[in-house]
Design a protein around this ligand. Structure first.
Ligand SMILES: Nc1nc2c(c(=O)[nH]1)N[C@H]1C(S)=C(S)[C@@H](COP(=O)(O)O)O[C@H]1N2
Ligand SMILES: [Mo]
Length: 337
């Protein structure tokens, strides 16, 4: 049910976020062009994006980053998976320039409208993902090798952040179970932990947000990781992921709050005991291990019953498991977790 937005959103995390969350698309682009990103702010941060780039942001949604080799470009566009080929009922596809300029990626600061600029300093090729822990085929892989190894497909998924913004975008990648099968976990493995990169010289947030326990880490049960819906993201909107969306490789878990969908992964570890997670370690009262989207389970500081679609700016009702109960509901029936 679509409810027209009538009031501003007073979100707790908005303490440092400019009013640009209320801007329309043209205004966002204009604001960036006008240099609301002050060079002065940038100069206190070292070794990342230079002041000139910040004053002159390039085109917001480049089709491919320059360093993407021709062999990888040739995989695009990916065939849609028929189960996820449609925009969900009552929703619209979020315009790419909106999705690409409103990001959570604390490694590049807490201002969602500027992450796409600061994230340009992240070098994503070459890249290594270490697959380790309780598995028979531990190995290190370059995400570019995932294309030949697993093939790719496109899936249109809803995304719902715990802060109550949401979007609908087409991801490109492969089902995560394929990677788990290749690793071949032993019978002791019950969980999978994922870890992001640690490169403070390329990530301004890792330099300045020292209160956080870098690098970012997340985890799933093995049953969740092998559910059909769990997706390994390599691209979005017909091209490889730009840095702000988690290049070169991230998780896309549409039935869980967005923070579970960890970006720019460098390590995957199979474990017997429940792993720690970044937000749960920081604030266990607010961010659980499972973190499934559930409108009837309020966050301690706000209701989760509605969300704001960043494309349409409309308030919509939040659905249990973000509308994916038919895929994942069985995982959470009593005794299955
Ligand atoms: N490494 C890392 N992954 C992360 C985050 C982060 O701060 N660091 N933020 C998460 C949160 S809170 C959300 S809502 C999504 C946002 O993904 P998007 O910016 O591609 O829309 O990324 C998730 N993955
Ligand atoms: Mo989020």
């Amino acid at each position: 049910m679509l409810i027209k937005k009538k009031r501003g959103w007073e979100l707790p995390e908005s303490r440092v976020i400019s009013e640009s969350r209320y801007f329309n698309r043209r205004q966002i682009v204009k604001a960036l062009g006008l240099g609301t990103i002050g060079a002065g702010t940038a100069s206190i941060w070292t070794g990342c994006v230079d002041d000139e780039t910040i004053k002159n942001p390039i085109e917001i949604a480049p089709p491919f980053d320059e360093d993407v080799p021709a062999e990888i470009r040739a995989y695009y566009p990916a065939d849609p998976n028929p189960d996820f080929a449609e925009v969900p009922p009552g929703r619209e596809m979020t315009p790419e320039d909106i999705a690409a300029t409103y990001n959570n990626f604390y490694e590049f600061g807490i201002d969602k409208t500027k992450v796409h600029i600061y994230a340009r300093s992240l070098v994503t090729r070459p890249w290594e993902v270490e697959i380790t822990g309780l598995c028979r085929n531990p190995r290190t892989m370059d995400p570019d090798d995932f294309y030949a190894e697993f093939g790719i497909e496109e899936r249109i998924y809803r995304h719902r952040c715990v802060e109550r913004w949401s979007m609908v975008v087409p991801w490109v990648g492969f089902p995560l179970y394929k990677l788990v099968e290749l690793a071949d976990p032993t019978s002791d493995a019950r969980f999978v932990q994922f870890t992001s990169f640690y490169e403070p010289s390329q990530a301004v947030g890792q330099q300045t947000l020292t209160q956080y326990n870098w690098p970012y880490y997340e985890a799933l049960t093995l049953a969740e990781a092998t559910n059909e819906l769990a997706f390994a993201g390599l691209g979005i909107f017909d091209h490889t992921l730009p840095q702000q969306h988690g290049a070169p490789f991230r998780l896309v878990l549409p039935w869980k709050y967005g923070y579970k969908s960890i970006k720019s992964i460098v390590k995957i570890e199979f474990m017997a005991e429940m792993p720690h997670t970044f937000w749960n370690d920081r604030n266990p009262e607010e961010y659980g291990f499972t973190s499934n989207i559930d409108p009837n389970m309020p966050h301690p500081r706000w209701s989760q019953m509605v969300e704001r679609d960043i494309g349409t700016d409309e308030e919509i009702d939040t659905l249990l498991y973000n509308g994916y109960e038919e895929w994942v509901g069985d995982l959470y029936k009593r005794g299955r977790v």
